[in-house]
Design a protein around this ligand. Structure first.
Ligand SMILES: Nc1ncnc2c1ncn2[C@@H]1O[C@H](COP(=O)(O)OP(=O)(O)OP(=O)(O)O)[C@@H](O)[C@H]1O
Ligand SMILES: [Mg+2]
Length: 311
């Protein structure tokens, strides 16, 4: 599994794809018309502390004026002229329904301070203004709410683990990649505390992880139950479907139905079931197109495993 930092970077990247320009842009844009003078714009810039403004005519974007243009107007002695003949007319824009990753690429490539947002691709109808810091603040908010959710989930997992002394149960939500791997990590922590040997722990962790990820990626959701018995650990993972049409094929090394997006997240090598089977002393997988898939695995404890003082 990718380490924490890599996962964070991947998360930011994924969020950038999900956030739309219209969610983060400023809608209340101060605009000017080609008949306004440089001086009028300069006064407003000074008062309201912005460094560039779109120029519109009847709601249509016709140009941009930046602080550099104002400085040139001072230098050139035409600060009281209307901006129309001087303003930049070749303006890069971003449509409101694009994801902010596209805007971020434009910011990086051209070093723009701000991008006028238009109603649709090829439209010149101005609907907002976007700066890189608009994207950043939204990203921080999104990261924060994910962090809070993870914290809450971790807390409730630990609480759940305490309630049932030797049984751990986790609900697994479909497509919840933010929490992917959390249940198996908690199982590992708990069983380590219970005194299981590293080799046994590793095998249990692989089975839990692969089964957990399969439910998240391939199913409509389900649960995982891990029981610590006197001489073994049993893992049962049950989901609500849609089931595996050809189980024999699914158990072959390299077989996968994972799509491009899943693969870009690092899953979908088609090795999950093979790895689970390899790590288990007893392994069963049953699947029905009506009820879903059930994975049952047992890992025998080694004589050195201290299970009596499990807390
Ligand atoms: N719980 C499930 N529900 C529905 N289909 C599943 C489930 N688990 C596995 N499958 C199917 O079996 C295939 C093989 O699963 P396996 O875990 O071996 O590989 P993978 O998930 O595709 O990739 P990897 O586990 O290597 O990331 C999957 O691609 C999917 O089609
Ligand atoms: Mg898998």
């Amino acid at each position: 599994m990718a380490d924490f930092r890599e996962r964070q970077i991947r998360l930011v990247h994924e969020l950038m794809y999900q956030i739309k320009v219209q969610e983060v842009m400023t809608r209340d844009v101060v605009c000017f018309e080609p008949t306004n003078t440089f001086r009028e714009i300069q006064r407003c810039m000074k008062e309201q502390r912005f460094s560039g403004t779109p120029i519109v005519e009847d709601g249509t974007l016709v140009g941009m004026v930046s602080i550099d243009d104002i400085i040139s107007a001072f230098d050139g002695g035409y600060i009281d002229d209307a901006i129309g003949p001087y303003m930049t007319r070749e303006v890069a824009t971003i449509p409101q329904n694009y994801s902010v990753i596209a805007a971020s690429n434009l910011f990086n490539k051209h070093r723009y301070g701000r991008l006028p947002v238009v109603e649709a691709p090829r439209s010149r109808r101005l609907v907002g203004l976007l700066t890189f810091s608009d994207i950043l603040s939204h990203l921080l908010l999104a990261m924060n709410s994910i962090a809070e959710r993870v914290e809450r989930q971790e807390h409730s997992l630990v609480e759940g683990a305490k309630q049932a002394k030797d049984t751990l149960r986790f609900e697994l939500a479909p497509d919840d990649f933010d929490l992917a791997g959390m249940a198996s990590t908690t199982v590992k922590k708990h069983l380590k505390k219970a005194g299981l040997q590293p080799d046994v722990l590793r095998r249990i962790a692989v089975i839990c992880y692969e089964a957990e990820i399969n439910v998240i990626i391939h199913s409509l959701g389900g649960f995982m139950e891990v029981r610590l018995l006197p001489d073994s650990v049993t893992i049962e993972v049950v989901d609500e479907g849609p089931g595996i049409p050809d189980l024999e094929k699914a158990m072959e090394a390299g077989f996968t139905t994972a799509n491009e997006k899943i693969r870009s997240l690092g899953f979908g090598a088609g090795m999950g079931i093979v790895n689970m089977k390899r790590c288990a002393d007893d392994f069963r997988i049953t699947s029905s197109m009506e009820t879903g898939t059930i994975v049952q695995a047992t890992v025998k404890l080694s004589p050195d495993d201290a299970t009596t003082d499990a807390d």
